[in-house]
Design a protein around this ligand. Sequence first.
Ligand SMILES: Nc1ncnc2c1ncn2[C@@H]1O[C@H](COP(=O)(O)OP(=O)(O)OP(=O)(O)O)[C@@H](O)[C@H]1O
Ligand SMILES: [Mg+2]
Length: 189
Amino acid sequence: MISIKTVSEDETRNVGTMLGSILRKGDVVGLEGELGVGKTVLVKGMAAALGVKEYVTSPTFVILNEYKGRLPVYHFDVYRVPGPGDVYDIGFDEYIYSDGIVIVEWADLIRDILPAEIIWIKIERSCRKRNIAGKTSNMAQNRLFGEAGGVGGVRVLHMSFTGERYKEYENYLVSKIGKEVTRKEVDKE
Ligand SMILES: Nc1ncnc2c1ncn2[C@@H]1O[C@H](COP(=O)(O)OP(=O)(O)OP(=O)(O)O)[C@@H](O)[C@H]1O
Ligand SMILES: [Mg+2]
């Protein structure tokens, strides 16, 4: 697993662009993280790298947005869906085994129907405790200046790549992003 810290929307979008540039037909990306944390920002970056020209937005009311890029991009947002069964019923499997790329916001809500091999990205707001000098914490800074003032908020993107098909992806991102990345070996059960 790798963890990448970003301090602005642009930085998160750039991580998406780097990942998007290596995605291939049949890849599945699951995104986890609370409301407004930056999932759609990441999708915008991936879509741009995949040659999507359309405006990318959370498909909250329609479950699925489909974009034409160098490959079809199927962008799901399952936040308002009652359960995994409902997503399965609209033919989720056909998108997974199709000619395109599947990206799911709120993927943690439909874990049961996701493939075992997946790129999983969990985004968190960085919330460091007050430091020794008593300076304002990141979280408070976010509230004060970040989101509202347009300066940006601190996020940590935890990315894990499960399965043989994604073997090279992690190394590629580490080499592209460089030493800003923290790496952790995930225990193999
Ligand atoms: N480091 C950062 N990375 C990404 N977005 C950031 C960052 N700092 C601030 N932001 C802001 O956070 C918001 C993220 O919105 P976004 O729509 O991507 O969230 P989301 O996770 O898709 O939410 P939802 O669950 O409602 O779909 C944007 O307004 C963006 O400007
Ligand atoms: Mg969203």
